[in-house]
Design a protein around this ligand. Structure first.
Ligand SMILES: Cc1ncc(C[n+]2csc(CCOP(=O)(O)OP(=O)(O)O)c2C)c(N)n1
Ligand SMILES: [Mg+2]
Length: 383
């Protein structure tokens, strides 16, 4: 839960960094570096165990195993991307999703294929969960013609109209307005499709968030706003940047339904999304989900990460969503160790294949510079 003391403690740090502080000086409690206590989250998770077991019993076992597969695929894919990035094979910005996988998987596996998704630049895993093949995402990272946008988008701009995946957006909060427009179009045209719009917690401070939520509630749009609260916007912690850090509460300003969800619990994410999907599909009502998570890596590949401690990262790694879910599946006998090893083996094979594909895919021909840019293409060389 939000802790005012912590916010003030952060302000104290600001002063130490030479930045202005709006609050009085206060000693930072030992070991408290964020606004959500891991111990508290663990206790909440344990309280949910009974419900979780019931959920596991009523959910298709195959679906549960594919949820695990998708999370592991996301993790291994990105670990490999980081490796080849460091070798200089991928250029430009590259933001990893490691630690946040339960959000993409829990929410998107609750959708129908026709439902639409839009997100920020931290998009590789979401693109794959929506159905874009790993080789197509890897080739895009490489800037090759086999990429899902023919190598012209790169890491931040995965896109596939065929898979109803509408980006990959670099402007913080930009996708919230576009996503709201998509939901408007869906309702106007047929009313059946739901839009899932992901963004980070730093985007909530942008005007577009508030304008969009107001319109979505007023016009009853079938949209689910998913705030992936990983507690940092680049090197700035949420506690230092937001006056009301309980993000799910902001929905009440627009009379919108909202929930606060543990993003390390893939089943909790799925259940909350299912409730929101029903609200959207049946009654055209929007929902704001604040899903609490943590990114295990830096903001991007070029982040030295000196704004947080190793101890803080390790504390959250204890609640690694993949470890938690694997343990639950083992306990409930949905999977045995052999299944987990086999998942790991298959995932590594799939990631290696994607890498081979990306390596072998040619670079785009220079004439591709002129394709898919304007609705009415300009002729090359025209003055
Ligand atoms: C309008 C705008 N302002 C600033 C930036 C620079 N910027 C890129 S990412 C980022 C932080 C966003 O954090 P958050 O929304 O929490 O998403 P996360 O990176 O944590 O997933 C900022 C400030 C930008 N891309 N767009
Ligand atoms: Mg963030």
């Amino acid at each position: 839960m939000p802790k005012t003391e912590t916010r003030q403690a952060r302000a104290t740090e600001d002063t130490a960094n030479g930045q202005p502080s709006a609050t009085e000086t206060r000693t930072k409690p030992e070991g408290v570096t964020d606004f959500v206590e891991v111990e508290e989250a663990k206790a909440e998770y344990n309280k949910r165990r009974k419900t979780q077991i019931e959920l596991i019993k009523k959910t298709d076992k195959e679906l549960l195993r594919s949820m695990l597969y998708e999370m592991v695929l996301g993790r291994v894919f990105e670990e490999k991307s980081a490796e080849v990035y460091r070798m200089g094979k991928i250029g430009g910005f590259c933001h990893l999703y490691i630690g946040q996988e339960a959000i993409a998987v829990g929410s998107m596996l609750a959708l129908e294929p026709d439902d639409m998704v839009i997100t920020s630049y931290r998009d590789h895993v979401q693109a794959m969960v929506k159905g874009i093949a790993p080789e197509s995402v890897m080739a895009e990272l490489y800037g090759k013609i086999g990429g899902c946008v023919k190598g012209k988008g790169g890491s931040m701009h995965m896109f596939s109209a065929e898979h109803n995946f509408f980006g990959g957006h670099g402007i913080v909060g930009g996708q919230i307005g576009v996503g709201t427009g998509m939901a408007y179009a869906a309702k106007y045209k047929d009313g059946k499709r739901v839009t899932l719009c992901f963004f980070g917690e730093a985007a909530v401070n942008q005007g577009i968030f508030h304008e969009s939520l107001n319109m979505a509630a007023l016009w009853k749009l079938p949209i689910i706003y998913i705030c992936e609260n990983n507690q940092y916007g680049m090197g700035t912690s949420l506690a230092r940047a937001m006056s009301l850090s309980d993000i799910s509460k902001k929905a009440c300003a627009y009379e919108m339904a909202s929930e606060f969800v543990d993003g390390m619990d893939v089943l909790a994410v799925r259940e909350a999304t299912l409730r929101a999907v029903e609200r959207a599909r049946k009654d055209y009502l929007p929902t704001l989900l604040e899903i609490r998570t943590y990114r295990f890596m830096g903001h991007s590949m070029s982040d030295p990460g000196n704004y947080r401690t190793r101890a803080e990262i390790e504390k959250y790694q204890e609640r690694d969503p993949i470890k938690l879910f694997s343990a639950t599946l083992l306990e409930e006998k949905v999977a045995d160790q052999k299944t987990l090893d086999e998942t790991d083996r298959k995932v590594h094979e799939e990631v290696e294949d994607s890498l081979r594909f990306a390596e072998e895919s040619p670079l785009p021909d220079p004439k591709e510079l002129y394709t898919d840019v304007y609705a009415n293409p300009i002729e090359p060389g025209r003055k």
